[in-house]
Design a protein around this ligand. Sequence first.
Ligand SMILES: *[C@@H]1O[C@H](CO)[C@@H](O)[C@H](O)[C@H]1NC(C)=O
Length: 329
Amino acid sequence: MAQGNGVILYSGDLQNPTFKDASLPRHRHPRSFHKDGSKRRFIMAACFIVSLLLITAVIVGPTLAFLTSGSSNRPLKVAAFNIQHFGRSKMSDTTVANHITEILVRYDVILIQEVRDSTGSSLKDLWSRLNKTDDWGFVASAPIGRTTYKEQYVFYYRLKLAHLLSTYQTPDSSDVYEREPFSVEFEYFSVTPGTKKQVVLMALHSRPTDAFDELDHLPTSIKSAASHFKGAGGVVAMGDFNADCNYVSSTKQLQLEIFKDNSEFTSLIPDSADTTSGDSNCAYDRIIVFGHDIRARDAKVYNYQKAMGLSDDATGDISDHYPVEFQLH
Ligand SMILES: *[C@@H]1O[C@H](CO)[C@@H](O)[C@H](O)[C@H]1NC(C)=O
């Protein structure tokens, strides 16, 4: 390869490049033109390669860290949070955005429901905020809903603790669901050193007035997701199921397979819990475990109003729900 002035020059078409020595006399091109053009091409190529390397490092770095490291010394903290009408107006309010971020960084994997932002800019904002604390990944469903009113299911996860394997959108040919469950398969560290496990997290935000019918159908959807993701130890279905009070009374709850004792499902958030931040006292948000190899512990409601000492107004600005959380061992 010929070199001149310390710069590698090349000319000709891309299929058949030929190298030229910049120190050779040139007849066809004015010197400055040729030199500047080559230099520019070289600089552009260098910039392109450097930015490619940077992008690769940013994305692959944390993922590689997960894939190559042997264990985490603690369980994986998971939460499902209905952030009422999450979108640009919420994220453009600095106080609210700070509070939401503070709540979310308690966890390693978070499901957010009621995301309503066709531009996606609030999701990007939130992602940037999370990224200031750690390297976070992001995966979301399409906007889902029967009418023009649609919501997205969104997951953020710590790249060094959870590895995204795949996603699955539950089909719904008989149109049972307003917002069909969306599932994400993650690999994570078991508390047993050197052991990784796979779990499927299934999101559902039920339609309040159809909550009973949707929840009645949920076991079928959980089982289909379980057979779709063969390698996973089980499925954890979670979210705002509207599974209480006016939508699903305590008597109706007992008719649902997901809440029956001795069923194949374990419900981690009891009917007595209050997952609402307002005056109501309802266990709308739930966590249901299905599968032979899922060790979910310490499930509870996170009352951020109490924990963060917030006024009723500041609390209501965040959401009318509290997150429900658990830990995977
Ligand atoms: C957040 O961090 C990840 C990993 O470092 C990166 O891939 C992603 O682009 C970042 N997102 C934003 C919005 O900054």
